[in-house]
Design a protein around this ligand. Sequence first.
Ligand code: N01
Length: 891
Amino acid sequence: MANAAGTKNVQQVDVAVVGAGFAGLYLLHRLRKAGFSAVALEAADDVGGTWYWNRYPGARCDIETPDYSYTFDPELETAWKWSEKYATQPEILRYLGFVADRYDLRRDIRFGTPVAEAKWDEDAKRWHLTTGNGAPVSCRYYIMASGCLSSPKPPEIDGVGDFKGEVYFTGRWPHEEVDLAGKRVAVIGTGSSGIQAIPLIAAAAAHLTVFQRTPNFALPAHNGPAPAERVATLEKDRAAYREQARWSMAGVPLPPATAFSWQLNDAERRERFEAGWAAGDLVVILTQLWADQGVDVDGNALVADLIREKIRATVKDPETAAALSPHDHPFGAKRPCLDTGYYATYNRPNVTLVNLRQEPITSITATGIVTDKRRFDVDVIVFATGFDAMTGAIMAVHPITGRCGKSLSDVWAGGPQTYLGLTVAGFPNLFAITGPGSPSVLSNMVVSIEQHIDWVVDRLTQMRNAGFTAIEATDAAQAAWSRHLADCSTITLHRLANTWYTGANVPGKAQGVMPYTGGVGPYRSICDEVVSRGLLGFRLTGPGVAEQCNDGEIVRLQPDVRIVLNTLAGLNLPPLESFGAQGARGFLAQFNATRPPGRPVGEVVDGMLPGADPGSMGPLPYRLYRPATPGPHPIVVYFHGGGWVLGDEQSDEPFCRDMCRRTGMIFVSVGYRHAPEQRFPAAAEDAYAALRWVADHAADLGGRPDAVCVAGWSAGGNLAAVTCQLARDRGGPKIAGQLLVCPVTDCTFDRPSYVENADGYFLTRSLMYWFWDLYCAPADRTDPRVSPLRGKLAGLPPAFVVTCEFDPLRDEGIAYAEAMAGAGVPVEQLQARGHFHSSFTMVDVVITGVGGRVQMARALRRFAGLSDEAAAQLGERAAQRPVQAAAGAAD
Ligand code: N01
């Protein structure tokens, strides 16, 4: 061992790495190339990591092998040829051995050397590692490349130790051959490991009894030679293929599906599903059927139904088929499996399925397994019971003590806290590769591993060049990352299932979605942004250099808002106002043509109504959205947004459809005259005239005259607010309630939100100036018909006011809500964190807006006297389900 003065028998290195799997090997290679001395400490006696330990029959990867490979060296890519679409465990292990030899990595790996303890020495700014074998290690940086699924979970079953037969764990399968011939075998667990192993165990054993607690979705792998089409695409332009994977959502170069389930009929959906099923590719079936399959319970249920149909078609015994059919989680929320003959295995005469939901295991005895109904004598028990995932291999394996004696186990007792999934505040110079809070297990692991390692090694190099010796995440950056993770988790359905992703599989473990659900590409861009913003959220120190700390939150926007705004920024569009009014209308029409059209409602009817001045302008158009439930329904008169200049009765169609479905109320989106052709107060007077007309004709429209509400977004919110004041002052009609979404309420432009959000959030300050100039002469601006904040506020209908954090109009909306409340009007507010002006109207694009719309719908129902119970009877499943989790996105 390299000895330094006074540190006898201590191995001194720049970097110590735990693990010699995919991550550990690449780390060693990168560190060496960057000129760092490094050692990898590996408990096993060879390389391979997860592929070293998981040798159970049938173990294979389930990302197609052309994608499940290192990409850092084009020569390596061509030097290795995979033999199958999904390589077996032995082949993957050979590949990792090949990589270790090719880059001469073994010389820096200490095999058979688990780390027993890790302690940060604040004075020396180094980590001290005690090992289970050989010299301790002193290192500047300590990097956990220990995998997400490497710490097997003990089976929590009474009497496990009493069994006298053979016991195997899929995650610790013996190296020598296991002979199951003629034996009665039990398998406990039906996750990916169990599902891969069961068909082969069934073929080898005399009898197999599978003990299933929760059925899982499994899809046929259709394994075979490496897929010619994918290999051809890869070989045609390797660099482009890899780059696309790096910026994709899952780390596999497939563009997301764009068609929504409700845009496809049954036959079209079935056709897509059958193609996905035939592809034998998890990423295809998880992402390519329709755009809402992974984010919406209804879109997801359509896939789940089709898979259950396949199970019934394969498994001959209907009771067994029913037991194998998952109903407790959305498809994809729990890790689905790729199988080879899994369901058909239950047609074999030597296979029995025991449904533990009907007869739980009570104990394991010397001779077998006992449920509360029966006993099963067996010769072999295979535990396919999974792992203490994501955190297990970091904190449950050895004590890690950071700055001021802080223990990682204590810090993470309530769930893992990280910055970027890479670092932990209080634990300087400690990194986790694919740690909790990074995309890791929700991605192609190899792509994520390479991204993490490149980022970390580049930072170590950057620090060395600048003379820094310690790096640590700040508390504020870490807390903000946790908030961002929670925001991300509202987009997908992972939060709706009890899984190892959420810690639910380990009794007593803190619960919460652990991996980053925002996608590989967005995550990469965030990591890059941390660097471009001067290592935002990190404190760097070193001898003789000034401390550097750019504290702050890397993502304050909701994750999907960030993507929308980045996409818009990438388009580099000229300001909307530079098009002129006609040009801007044309642009908006084009923009709207590309958006998702909105979900079906009972009926959509176009009609005309007289405006305030039918003589000069003729009637105004309206579009009515009727729920699919029996009427009469309460009515909402809706005013579209567009700065009094743009838009029409169809331009907020997705929002109106969505709200019609969620409220069970008729929405009538009314047209009104626009500036600059018709200036103030034309729009306000038309809005009031439309309200009168709708109220007078409520019964003819199929609505309830006693329950008419108004709603509007942006300038439409302004018109809704103004209409309430006019109706109060001009003798009606009675308005049951007002929903104001990001309303314009005043002509003052110096509130903080106008300054903070002047630029960069689509609705800019200069665009607002332009709208005002076109609509209203300066002398008229304080008129309450355009600045309702300046009007009398007592006696207005109850209000629900929505404002968005990154909107110039935020503060005037809040001011209006507060002023109304001060005047005795019942007011509720939703101040939507991380949202921008268009968040709630970009239905199906800004998924995190759903929680806000659920709250808006509830408010409207309350205004109209509809109970929540009545809402539930409407069957608005989509409105109900995401509430609990999504509400946080909009609080
Ligand atoms: O583990 P799991 P796994 N009594 O946690 C059951 C990756 N992987 O090793 O769902 C009875 O998924 C448990 O039941 P329940 C992949 O990411 C990849 O199979 O908790 N049953 C469940 O059925 C995968 O997701 C590949 O009710 C008990 C099973 O055991 C991850 O590793 C191959 C029990 C555990 O399933 C983990 O998969 C293999 C008890 N006390 C794994 N405790 C590839 O193909 C647990 N169970 C790349």
